[in-house]
Design a protein around this ligand. Structure first.
Ligand code: NAD
Length: 311
């Protein structure tokens, strides 16, 4: 694969903008493409907010931040992808929109350009159906906010050439991330399968009035979250003793939630328009107009955790 200097980021939303920053931080020239002028305007605002938080937390000087921002340009012209060396897509999570985008762009860029999608869970193989040269199409799943969270899942589609998966894995390492390889294209990849397993169990315990929503959050924040930030579940099992873990799994696995219908609570909240921070209320209530402040506070906490773990 060719040497990467110029990166094409499609989508200037929550993910695309922050991914652009992750590349610009490592010296890559980045073009951010979006079909919507409003989204480009919002993307520029998000870039300013993210840079402000990095400066405030002592990660960047103003001068360094200016250099990072200078490496990022914006466009609504797809043809500018022509002389870029790497494409990463974060457009809306709809297969037909992704197909339309990939059909066009895979004919514009050169044949040796690696193509990656940040889909949260649509099959890489299904998106690849629209790609000219599906062997160079790889899942590259980042975690919000991508310029802070180290993990990237690198996913093999059925038609992906392994050497291209390896190249995306290596690129992720080169930009200072902690990638893992998802060897088979399964729904939800790895992290979302785990995240939704945790959610399904906690939603069930709340529904049966075993625990409150607040305390369910506390179990993760003050116990499991701290452990998992330091050790993986298999490392924890080795520390605890495999015999003990086997005994627990023997009686507990049969009792765990296995609901297949989706969450009643989530359905009812959506029906009430309680969509979370962005709508002023979700599972909890938020003061109107506080979303920006809460996101800043979240990012500061994430940065501190990453820093203390030396990521
Ligand atoms: N938000 C998350 O936490 C998260 C995490 C991991 C992955 N993802 C995935 O990343 C992708 C983007 O998510 P987001 O949260 O940034 O969404 P978003 O709504 O913030 O941004 C999507 C952007 O895509 C643009 N867009 C729509 N159609 C387009 C097209 N044809 N060409 C170019 N741009 C187009 C929109 O104008 C918008 O700016 C989705 O596939 C999502 O599943 C999201």
């Amino acid at each position: 694969m060719r040497k990467i200097k110029k990166v094409f980021v499609a989508g200037s939303g929550t993910m695309g903008m922050s991914i652009a920053q992750a590349f610009a931080d490592k010296g890559y020239e980045v073009i951010v493409y979006d079909i919507s002028e409003v989204s480009i305007k919002n993307g520029k605002k998000l870039l300013g907010l993210n840079q402000g938080a990095l400066i405030k937390n002592g990660k960047y000087t103003q001068e360094y931040s200016d250099k990072v921002v200078d490496r990022i340009s914006f466009t609504n012209r797809l043809e500018l992808a022509k002389d870029t060396d790497f494409v990463t897509e974060s457009v809306v999570e709809k297969l037909e929109i992704k197909h339309d985008f990939w059909k066009k762009i895979s004919s514009i860029v050169d044949k040796d350009v690696l193509l990656t999608t940040n889909t949260s869970g649509i099959s890489i193989t299904a998106i690849a159906e629209a790609v000219k040269g599906p062997e160079r199409f790889v899942g590259m799943h980042w975690f919000n906010p991508p310029h802070i969270i180290p993990l990237i899942e690198v996913i093999n589609g059925d038609k992906t050439d392994n050497k291209n998966t390896e190249a995306v894995y290596q690129l992720s390492k080169d930009i200072g991330k902690k990638p893992i390889i998802v060897k088979k294209d399964v729904p939800g990849f790895i992290a979302n399968r785990v995240q939704f397993t945790v959610l399904r169990e906690l939603l069930s315990l709340v529904e049966y009035d075993v625990v409150s929503l607040e305390d369910a959050d506390n179990v993760m924040k003050y116990g499991l979250g701290i452990r998992y930030a330091c050790l993986g579940p298999f490392e924890i099992a080795d520390m605890g003793g495999i015999d003990t873990f086997r005994n627990i799994s023997d009686y507990l696995f049969t009792d765990l939630a296995d609901d297949k219908d989706g969450s009643l609570l989530f359905r009812s909240l959506v029906d009430q328009g309680r969509l979370g921070v962005k709508s002023g209320a979700g599972i909890y209530d938020y003061e109107k107009g506080k979303a920006e402040h809460l996101i800043k506070e979240r990012d500061e906490k994430y940065m501190k955790v990453c820093e203390s773990l030396m990521y």
